[in-house]
Design a protein around this ligand. Structure first.
Ligand code: GLN
Length: 167
């Protein structure tokens, strides 16, 4: 999606990969696995140092990593003032593609939820950009953006465009 929108992208796998990056996407996947991988070779400190300075966009498991607090309890970066509950919309069978209200210009947004977390508390300094059944699913605070869904799996580029604007 970012390439389609004209951005140059590369994977970040070791601390040195942060060098010269304008922004970071922390993708979906399995947050427990990502936490384990972050323990290797100083990646955790490198990510924290990078994220303190530069825009970060977490999708699904990435949003779980950015959150202040996680249920069931696991560590997180605490960069966005939200609490999340993992897998709270149900397991794989309950994964769904839904449309919901969105504050980004252009109205309703298609959202692909895959074993998605629920944002159970949204701090008052956090901006809600899209909702599902009245609950925040796309939020922004300072230079951090988090989606409980996977905007890269829809055709609509507005969420990634919003992130590119933050760069
Ligand atoms: N269920 C995963 C987790 O808790 C997130 C799923 C995803 O990223 N699509 O980490």
């Amino acid at each position: 999606m970012l390439t389609r929108r004209g951005a140059e992208v590369r994977a970040v796998r070791i601390a040195a990969d942060f060098e010269g990056l304008a922004g970071l996407v922390i993708p979906g996947g399995e947050s427990t696995t990502m936490l384990r991988l972050l323990e290797r070779d100083g990646m955790d400190e490198a990510l924290r140092a990078y994220a303190a300075q530069r825009p970060c966009f977490g999708t699904c498991a990435g949003a779980i990593l950015l959150a202040r607090s996680v249920t069931p309890a696991q560590s997180s970066l605490g960069l966005i003032d939200i609490d999340v509950m993992r897998n709270a919309y149900g397991r794989q069978r309950e994964s769904a593609i839904l449309c919901g209200p969105c504050q980004l210009p252009g109205g309703e947004l298609e959202m692909v939820f895959i074993r998605a977390p629920r944002f159970t508390r949204v701090g008052h300094k956090v901006e809600t950009l899209a909702t599902r059944d009245g609950e925040a699913v796309l939020v922004r605070q300072g230079h951090y953006l988090a989606a409980s869904f996977h905007p890269e799996l829809s055709e609509d580029p507005r969420v990634h465009d919003a992130f590119l604007e933050m760069l």
